[in-house]
Write a protein that binds this ligand. Structure first.
Ligand code: NDP
Length: 446
C-alpha cells in the first residue's frame, strides 16, 4: 500500500500506477456485524460512533468488469455514516446481505464488516475490463449512486431504479478507506483548483441539494424564489443556500449559533434566523404541536423578506415538518430528503390542501444531476463547505461531531493523502475563486 501511496504523491503516470501490484489488504473504517446490538436500550443521543467505528486492515475484494479501484486521498463524513455507526434505524448489514443475494459480484459485499463512507476524491488505480471512459491515473471524485445498469427502470431517472443503492451505506467498500471499489459510472472529474480534502466533501450533499432545488425532479426553483433552508450551514444546507443565491433567489437560512450566522453572512445570505435565539417550540409536548409557534416562524420570515417562501428545503423531519408545511406560501413546495429528528411526520393537512401546497420527496441524484452539480464545483461557482479535517484513524471522533451537531458544513477525512493542502492543479482558477471564499467555513469554524 505504501508503495502505491508514495508513487501517487510523487506524480506517477497512469501506466506506472497500473503496473504496481495491488495490495492484498488496505486500511479502512468499518463497523462489525457482531457489534450491531451494542447500543440496545440506549437513546439515539447516547449511542457513540467512537465505540462502534473500527479502523483496521481489510482484504481487497476482486474487481468486477464495470468497476474501478480508486486510491482515496480524502473522504468526508456524511450523516449516513452516523446512521450506520449507531445501527439506526436498522443495522446496514441487512442491505449488504440483500445485495449479496443479487449476483456473484454482489456476494462480495455480504461480509462481517461494513466499510463505510459515501464520498471520496482520489486517483484511479485500475479499471475493470468493461470500463471505457476512465483510466489509471485519472483524478476523480466519486458520487454515491450505485445503480445496476441492467435494470430497465434505471434508464430514465436512475434514482427510480428498484435496486438503486447508496455506495458505502447500502453497499460495502466505501470511501472512508485507503482504497474504494466503485462502479465506473460513479466517477466524476476532480475539481482542479481544490485540494484533495476540499474535493472530497461535495459529491453527496452537493448532488442531493442540486436535485432537491435545481432539478426538475425536485422543487424546480426559479429566479426570484424565496427558499427557507433548515440547517443552512449543515452538509445539505451549505450547498442549498449557494444554489438559491446562484439561481437569483432569496435564501432564508435557519441555523443555531452566532458563528453559523457569520458563515451565512459571509456567503452572502442576508436573511438568517438563529433558531436557538428564537427558541421555537413547535412541539409543546411529545404528541402536540403548537400552531402559534408555526405562526411565529412565519412572522419572522416575513419580517426578514417581506413575504412567505416559495420553497422549504426540509430534512430535520418530525421536529420541523409541521412548521415547514405551514410556512410555505400558497402553492408552494416543501421538498424533503430526510428526517434527522424522526421520520413519523405530522403536519396539519388543511394547510396543505387549502393552500394547494406540494410535498416533494427527493433522494440523492442521478448521474446527470451529480455530474452537473460537480461541474459547478469544478468551475468555482459552488464552494466546498469544508470546516475541519480529521485523520482516517479518527473517523469515530469525526462522526461523533456530526452525530452531536458540533460541526459546520462538512468534515473532511485524510485517507491516503499524507497532509492537508495537496492536490491543487490549477492555482490560477483557485486565485480567481478566492482563497478567502474557499475557506469561509474553516475560518468560522466555531
Ligand atoms: P448535517 O448534520 O451536516 O446538517 C443538518 C443541519 O440540520 C444541522 O446543522 C442543524 O443545523 C439542522 N438541524 C438538526 N436537527 C434539527 C432540528 N431538530 N431542527 C432544526 N434543524 C435541525 O447533516 P446533513 O445536512 O448532511 O444531512 C441532514 C439529513 O439529511 C440527515 O438526516 C441525512 O441522513 C440526510 N441526507 C439525506 C440524503 C438523501 O439523499 N436522501 C443526502 C444527504 C443527507 P442548526 O443546528 O444550525 O440549525
Amino acid at each position: 500500500m505504501s508503495e502505491i501511496i508514495t508513487a501517487a504523491i510523487n506524480g506517477a503516470s497512469g501506466e506506472e500506477l497500473s503496473n504496481l501490484p495491488m495490495p492484498e489488504s488496505y486500511k479502512a473504517a468499518f463497523v462489525r456485524r457482531e457489534d450491531a446490538g451494542m447500543f440496545e436500550g440506549l437513546e439515539t443521543e447516547e449511542k457513540d460512533p467512537r465505540l462502534s467505528l473500527k479502523i483496521g486492515d481489510v482484504a481487497l475484494p476482486e474487481l468486477a468488469p464495470d468497476e474501478a479501484y480508486v486510491l482515496i486521498m480524502a473522504s468526508s463524513i456524511n450523516f449516513n455514516t452516523v446512521w450506520t455507526s449507531i445501527f439506526e434505524p436498522l443495522p446496514t448489514f441487512g442491505f449488504l446481505d440483500r445485495l449479496g443475494k443479487e449476483s456473484a459480484w454482489g456476494k462480495r459485499h455480504a461480509l462481517g464488516y461494513h466499510i463505510v463512507g459515501s464520498d471520496g476524491s482520489g486517483i484511479v488505480l485500475k479499471t475493470g475490463s468493461a470500463v471505457r471512459s476512465w483510466h489509471s491515473g485519472d483524478k476523480v471524485t466519486i458520487h454515491c449512486n450505485y445503480v445496476d445498469d441492467q435494470d430497465p427502470a434505471a434508464h430514465d431517472d436512475s434514482m427510480l431504479a428498484a435496486n438503486q443503492r447508496i455506495w458505502g451505506f447500502e453497499t460495502n467498500f466505501g470511501g472512508l478507506a485507503e482504497i474504494a471499489v466503485v462502479k465506473a459510472n460513479q466517477l466524476m472529474p476532480k475539481p482542479t483548483h481544490l485540494t484533495w480534502e476540499e474535493s472530497a466533501v461535495n459529491a453527496l450533499c452537493n448532488s442531493t441539494s442540486y436535485r432537491m432545488l435545481v432539478s426538475g425532479n425536485g422543487a424546480d426553483m426559479t429566479q426570484g424564489d424565496n427558499v427557507l433552508v433548515w440547517g443552512a450551514t449543515g452538509g445539505l444546507g451549505a450547498f442549498a443556500v449557494q444554489y438559491v443565491l446562484n439561481g437569483g433567489g432569496t435564501p432564508v437560512g435557519v441555523v443555531s449559533s452566532a458563528s453559523k450566522v457569520s458563515i451565512l453572512n459571509e456567503l452572502g445570505v442576508e436573511a438568517v434566523i438563529d433558531r436557538k435565539e428564537k427558541a421555537y417550540r413547535f412541539w409543546s409536548d411529545e404528541h402536540t404541536q403548537d400552531e402559534s409557534e408555526w405562526r411565529r416562524l412565519g412572522k419572522d420570515i416575513r419580517g426578514l423578506i417581506g413575504e412567505d417562501v416559495d420553497i422549504v428545503f426540509e430534512h430535520p423531519g418530525r421536529q420541523t415538518m409541521g412548521a415547514s408545511v405551514f410556512a410555505a406560501k400558497r402553492g408552494g413546495t416543501i421538498v424533503t430528503c430526510a428526517a434527522t429528528s424522526g421520520y413519523m411526520i405530522e403536519y396539519d393537512n388543511r394547510h396543505l390542501w387549502m393552500k394547494l401546497k406540494t410535498i416533494k420527496g427527493s433522494h440523492f441524484a442521478n448521474y446527470r444531476e451529480a455530474w452537473h452539480a460537480n461541474q459547478l464545483i469544478c468551475e468555482g461557482k459552488i464552494l466546498p463547505p469544508l470546516s475541519a479535517v480529521f485523520a482516517l484513524d479518527d473517523v469515530g471522533d469525526a462522526t461523533y461531531q456530526v452525530h452531536k451537531n458540533l460541526h459546520e458544513g462538512k468534515i473532511g477525512v485524510l485517507c491516503a493523502a499524507p497532509s492537508e493542502g495537496l492536490g491543487i492543479d490549477d492555482q490560477e482558477l483557485r486565485e480567481k475563486v478566492g482563497e478567502d471564499r474557499l475557506t469561509i467555513f474553516r475560518r468560522n469554524d466555531g
